[in-house]
Design a protein around this ligand. Structure first.
Ligand SMILES: Nc1nc2c(c(=O)[nH]1)N[C@H]1C(S)=C(S)[C@@H](COP(=O)(O)O)O[C@H]1N2
Ligand SMILES: [Mo]
Length: 334
């Protein structure tokens, strides 16, 4: 990987590794990455983004009403709003970090329906008004760690997933919770075109064990920085599981299904040796192609403020969640 005047070698490595992975995807699809000039373009995109200033302003979402429980107002340096809304993974809108902010305006989030079904006594379909009426929103400041070894600190607005699940009354057969993103190829170019969408299978799906889903840290988020989620962050409702890698945080959810069996998950399907079902943040278990011991924190300021810092076990939430995994080999269950 060549170094640049903007980032040090150490700083660009995880992104570059990720771009290599993308070339692999392109190869699988029978496309020549070199012919398309992808590695250079991808690198240029990352660099131009990190220079700051040239990102379009995030569309202003509706202001939300919410409480700020003391316990969850962590005194951490926040990632600035324009970076939270400008540096995204949402492959339905393209693979580059700037693509979702540029392209997700086509997502229609109103009206929106969310269905809870499967192993529940009371299946239910709610629109967003129902959700805001039934569940009091709160702000929670959480660390967020992508499997690509970058991290943010994000002030989410949302509510505990367990409140919604309790409403549907899981049966005694329910052991897992499956989530599904909207499938709308007319709104999401990556679902129509395997090149734009990185060769993933759509709709994007994710899953949790029922106890993980019921944990008080697990949120359904409807906002960020006090306002309704911008489309690129997964409007109008997305999952936030702060002790797991970011890919578990499925966006723009339309369906939640309680199941007996462990549901398939998108990244696990494409590369099960690299992306496990659990995906708990763990500095001691490396990704097969890069170390997870440290991460680049995307903080305030320009390029040089991207700081390398140690990664924390369970992303710093071990006191709260380690008991969920007692007796489980975290190396095997990555
Ligand atoms: N539907 C869908 N959900 C998704 C993704 C995606 O590509 N599609 N990317 C995931 C990944 S890898 C990360 S790191 C987070 C990024 O969330 P953010 O853009 O709000 O920071 O969304 C996750 N949820
Ligand atoms: Mo991610």
């Amino acid at each position: 990987m060549k170094s640049t005047k903007y980032l040090t070698e150490a700083d660009v490595t995880p992104e570059s590794v990720f771009n290599m992975q993308r070339r692999q995807v392109l190869k699988t699809l029978g496309l020549s990455a070199a012919a398309l000039g992808m590695p250079g373009a991808a690198q240029a995109d990352v660099l131009s983004w990190f220079k700051g200033n040239d990102r379009p302003a995030a569309p202003a979402g509706r202001a939300l009403t919410f409480s700020k429980p003391e316990k969850y107002q962590a005194s951490l340096t926040l990632t600035p709003e324009d970076k939270v809304a400008g540096y995204n993974n949402f492959y339905e809108f393209g693979l580059d970090k700037a693509d979702p902010a540029a392209n997700a305006g086509t997502l229609k989030t109103d009206p929106w329906q969310l269905t809870i079904d499967g192993e529940v006594a009371k299946p239910i379909t709610l629109n967003m008004d129902d959700i805001f009426k039934k569940f009091a929103m709160e702000q929670r400041i959480y660390r967020m760690r992508c499997v690509e070894a970058w991290s943010m600190v994000v002030p989410w607005v949302g509510f505990e997933l367990n409140k919604l699940l309790k409403l549907a009354e899981p049966t005694s057969n329910a052991r897992f919770v499956a989530f599904q993103t909207l499938y709308a190829p007319d709104q999401m170019p990556g679902q129509k075109d395997r090149f734009i969408g990185g060769g993933l299978n759509y709709p994007y799906v994710e899953g949790l064990r029922l106890d993980e889903a019921m944990h008080p840290l697990t949120l359904l988020s409807t906002g960020v920085y006090g306002k309704a989620l911008p489309p690129q962050n997964g409007a109008p409702i997305r999952l936030t599981v702060p002790w797991k890698y970011g890919f578990k945080g499925i966006k723009s959810i339309v369906k939640i299904t309680l199941t007996r069996d462990r549901p398939p998950t998108t990244w696990n399907q494409i590369a099960s040796n690299e992306y496990g079902f659990y995906a708990n943040v763990n500095p001691h278990v490396d990704h097969p192609r890069w170390s997870q011991a440290s991460e680049r924190f995307i903080g305030p300021g320009g390029t040089l403020s991207v700081k390398r810092q140690p990664t924390l076990l369970f992303n710093g939430y071990a006191d709260e969640v380690a008991s969920l995994y007692r007796g489980l080999d975290l190396r095997e269950n990555y």
